[in-house]
Design a protein around this ligand. Sequence first.
Ligand SMILES: [Mn+2]
Length: 217
Amino acid sequence: MNDCLLDAIFADKHDQAHLLDSVEPKLFGIGSESYVTGSYDFYFGYAVTRKLLLCLDTGHFHPTEEVADKLSSVMNYLDRILLHVSRGVRWDSDHVVTLSDELLALAEELVRGDYLERTHIGLDYFDASINRVAAWVIGTRNLLKALLMALLQPVGKLRELEAGGDLTGRLAMLEEVKTLPTGAVWDHYCLSMRVPVGQAWLDKVRDYERTVLSKRD
Ligand SMILES: [Mn+2]
């Protein structure tokens, strides 16, 4: 690819200790929106050839296409990736992250593939129908919960069962882990981080809303 304007944009090199450049694709179809800068196919190739980070936005794909499914492939060709974790709503994106099967699958892939050290995670939502601070807290806590749930799973044992061909045992264990007492570990984690346990954080947000936000124009 010659004379690409993107190359001019990325011509200035920055210290990677302070800035990591990434490119973020979006579902593309001719006429899909007034303007889609780059498709997944385009930016994947661009990121690999220019040694940039590929940013995968969980709200930028077809509703049946999940970012979790892509990690084990793209990580073969990219040193690092950026995830923009948001919640897609049909063709819209950037809603507050909920603790969904999709989010858990993403966390599980990061843990099981040992990709955490090579992954940067960004959260950003602009759902204007709810309190902004609460949106931030809910989404952030949900991502942390998903990572905790994935980290608590007996990955080594699952791998052992799979390598030994015991797929029955693997399925049995995968189902058992779904009802392990993750909540108690989460509460302990919040306590150890000196942040509110359970929904106690909401009182603080409401207080902030009442004493600070309400005074703004
Ligand atoms: Mn994004």
